[in-house]
Design a protein around this ligand. Structure first.
Ligand code: C2G
Length: 132
């Protein structure tokens, strides 16, 4: 049984998020997802996500290739989450390339290319500007 873990905010959920979850799931038998808390987002980006953490968790729980979802409270807790959920592989998008190599003693780390041309930030900009 191979367990895969990944992390993200998954705000304004879009196909780039589906793609990374789908590809991550293929690395093992079970995919566990850490959804970053509203507080963690505020500390990282100085703003809160558009969707609340409860709604973001609910969306991820509905994805058919996701086995388990939990709240990620801190980036530094990664190793503890990996141990707690007995993950064998950590998968992240390549915008995080190298950033989590420090857990490599505990589990394999894989960075996957992001889906091009879509991001939460861009969707928010388009909606705010009323651009068509
Ligand atoms: N992603 C992707 N393609 C996109 C957009 C996002 O593959 N076009 C991936 C990211 O690389 C990431 C995941 O989707 O692996 C979630 O992205 P975000 O919601 O932006 O997550 P982030 O705020 O980077 O939080 O501990 C790490 C953090 O919790 C990650």
């Amino acid at each position: 049984m191979t367990r895969v873990i990944t992390f993200g905010t998954f705000d304004v959920f879009h196909v780039g998020h589906v793609n990374i979850l789908e590809r991550a799931a293929k690395y093992g038998d079970e995919l566990i997802v850490g959804v970053s808390s509203d507080k963690l987002n505020f500390s990282k980006k100085n703003k809160y996500p558009i969707y609340s953490q409860e709604d973001r968790i609910k969306i991820i729980q509905c994805i058919k290739f996701v086995k388990e979802v939990f709240i990620e409270e801190s980036l530094e807790e990664k190793l503890n989450y990996i141990r707690k959920f007995k993950a064998d592989i950590l998968v992240m998008g390549d915008d995080w390339e190298g950033r989590f190599d420090w857990v490599k003693d505990e589990c394999k780390v894989v960075y996957l290319p992001r889906t091009p041309s879509i991001s939460t930030t861009e969707i928010i900009e388009v909606v705010r500007s009323g651009r068509k």
